[in-house]
Design a protein around this ligand. Structure first.
Ligand code: GLU
Length: 610
């Protein structure tokens, strides 16, 4: 368990608490008699993160009635059940310059101005669903419990106190009955509304309810989706414009966070995508906001620059690195000729490492970087190993970019989709499906495949008639007459990719010199796939061990591609020795030089390993 008392966040909250505890301006609301009983020195602060961690200090677990902080949540619930257009028919979205409990409706539509003032919230209560009044109360309680992540109950004393004295709200309800904005018995609607205001919560509960909004509508503890993202957006918009009574304009200007306050002294502010802040302290200023609540929020926003419009985060760099296969090739062992070919043509393969989050602005920048690159290459590999998210805007633009690039004949691969977070993987899968992209587990596998495809395109066709044995190292130093003798005995052979040329354990009498192509040396590992311990290319030879020692083959040799070899047996060597002893001595000297080189390389590896 994380020890919060050691956390710098906890230390910061304690500091704030100490700093504003002494602020004793304001007065506890007394128009609802039961509220007047609150202790003015009560003061709790809680932060909740979008993964459900709560930091708190002071009276953060003392229960109080939620009052108007319930309004955004009840509104969200109505949007979720009925959809925005249905709810809009009964309650508007305009801030009012009037008091929270004013008895005025928007003259044009006869609607309450917005759901954050009493009239609007009562109209929202009239939209409650359920066959009986009890069902509707239970539905309301369940909704709020879902936001808080625990079962909430109603403070009966506060409820009764308001029900007995809330005549102004009664007047509002009857006025709306008159204009057709509510179509249920007003007393029943008010009963529900007063109960909603009397729900008992703590600052920690409110913080978690706010974290559900910050977390795009999903309660971070229970994982329950309470609101669809578009309804979270609607709720936060109204909190921003109308959440702080008549102080909403100044609040947006100074603090810049969507928030809601209530007459019991609670203030809840939300920083979308990051955290929520809940403060409870009963004394209110003349406008009806908690004095310590406003001061604390203002301080937090200033300390961390949390004002939504100040936080002009710079656009993330999504392209981490661009490499080309002429400078960075796959891990596959290549012979010198292939290495040369890749060094001169590998620029046609680009490997792009992506990182972070793709959203409108970062996708725009990425596409602007990749478009000129895509125009220059034949193969494009997108390594998504460090890419964590792709939003719908990014997906739409990346889709167009990929379709255009593919239409210009570029082969495109995506690597590491499966290792991505589920949402990002799903978006990448859709992009790959729609644009026929090849998927690879790793960027290296994609690189190797595209190197092979490129090499296949650029390797020159082999012409036996123009191939001279003198270009092979093993026959260096032989004159034309001697080469003619060699040519007469050796056997040219051709193998296709995957052909097994030698089998481990088999008897062997012939060794091979490669004229063109490459072969792999494979040894068994105990599992199904053999281990590739080396790769032999043009000019090099293999299979000589069994011939020299007269034993069995020590490894499998498999052609990697179409390979042309010349085979020589011990008998051939003997024949050549009879014809001209210098042929044999030259070949054996060349062979000895190659062995010396192998031993030196082996020694280098051994010393490098130490
Ligand atoms: N129940 C209170 C009322 O309707 C809520 C007011 C508030 O918190 O703004 O008067």
């Amino acid at each position: 368990m994380h020890d919060d008392t050691r956390s710098p966040f906890h230390a910061y909250l304690k500091e704030l608490h100490g700093r504003f505890r002494g602020l004793d301006a304001g007065a506890v609301a007394d128009y609802i008699p039961e509220l007047a009983k609150a202790a003015p020195e009560s003061f709790g602060i809680a932060f909740a993160t979008i993964d459900g961690h709560v930091y708190s200090t002071g009276d953060s677990t003392t229960a109080f009635s939620i009052q108007s902080v319930s309004k955004p949540f009840a509104y969200g619930g109505a949007l979720e059940r009925l959809g925005a257009s249905e709810v809009l028919r009964k309650v508007g979205v305009e801030p009012t310059g009037e008091a929270f409990n004013s008895i005025v409706l928007d003259q044009q539509n006869n609607r309450p101005f917005n759901p954050m003032v009493n009239a609007g919230a009562i109209a929202v209560s009239a939209l409650a669903e359920g066959d009986t009044h009890e069902d509707r109360i239970e539905g309301m309680r369940a909704l709020f419990s879902g936001f808080a992540g625990r079962s909430l109950d109603i403070d009966e004393a506060v409820f009764r106190s308001e029900a007995e004295t809330g005549h102004r709200n009664r007047a509002i309800a009857y006025l709306m009955l008159n204009t057709g904005m509510i179509d249920r018995p007003p007393e029943e609607v008010l009963d529900l509304y007063f109960r909603q205001c009397a729900l008992r919560v703590t600052a920690e509960d409110l913080a978690l309810m706010g974290a559900t909004l910050a977390n795009n509508g999903v309660n971070p503890r229970s994982g329950q989706r309470m609101l669809a993202p578009e309804h979270v957006r609607d709720v936060l918009t109204l909190m921003m414009s109308c959440g702080m009574y008549d102080y909403a304009g100044e609040w947006s200007y100074d603090v810049g966070l969507p928030a809601k306050s209530g007459v019991s002294g609670a203030v809840l502010a939300v920083l979308p995508g990051q955290l929520s802040i809940a403060i409870w302290s009963p004394p209110l200023d003349a406008i009806g906001n908690s004095v310590r609540g406003v001061a604390t929020c203002r301080q937090i926003s200033q300390d961390f620059g949390l004002h939504l419009f100040m936080n002009a985060a710079s656009v993330e760099e999504v392209v981490r690195r661009i490499a080309h296969a002429d400078r960075q090739s796959s891990l596959r062992i290549r012979n010198p000729r292939e290495r040369d070919l890749l060094a001169s043509h590998g620029g046609r393969i680009a490997l792009v490492e992506l990182q972070g989050a793709l959203y409108f602005a970062s996708a725009e920048r990425m596409i602007r970087q990749l478009q000129p690159l895509a125009a220059e290459v034949d193969y494009l590999i997108l390594d998504t190993r460090r890419l964590n998210s792709l939003d719908p805007a990014a997906e739409a633009f990346v889709d167009r970019f990929l379709a255009g690039t593919r239409d210009e004949g570029v082969e495109i691969a995506v690597a590491e989709i499966a290792s991505r977070p589920a949402d990002a993987a799903a978006a990448l899968d859709r992009l790959a499906d729609r644009n026929g992209l090849r998927r690879f587990d790793t960027a290296d596998a994609a690189l190797e495949t595209y190197e092979e495809m490129l090499l296949e395109k650029i390797r020159e066709p082999f012409d036996f008639s123009r191939f001279s044995l003198s270009t092979i190292e093993l026959f260096k130093g032989l004159d034309d007459a001697q080469l003619k003798h060699v040519e007469a005995v050796i056997q040219p052979m051709q193998f296709e990719a995957g052909d097994r040329i030698l089998r481990r354990g088999a008897e062997g009498h012939m060794f091979f010199v490669i004229a063109r192509g490459t072969v792999s040396v494979l040894v068994p590992t105990g599992s199904e796939t053999a281990m590739r311990i080396g790769c032999i290319g043009p000019g090099q030879f293999f299979g000589e061990m069994a011939v020299l020692e007269g034993g069995a083959r020590s490894a499998d040799i498999v052609a990697d591609e179409r390979t042309i070899c010349y085979g020589l047996t011990a008998d051939h060597l003997e024949t050549l020795g009879h014809q001209d002893p210098r042929i044999l001595s030259t070949i054996l000297t060349n062979m000895a030089r190659e062995f010396a080189g192998r031993i030196r390389r082996g020694n280098d590896i051994i010393s490098a390993l130490q």
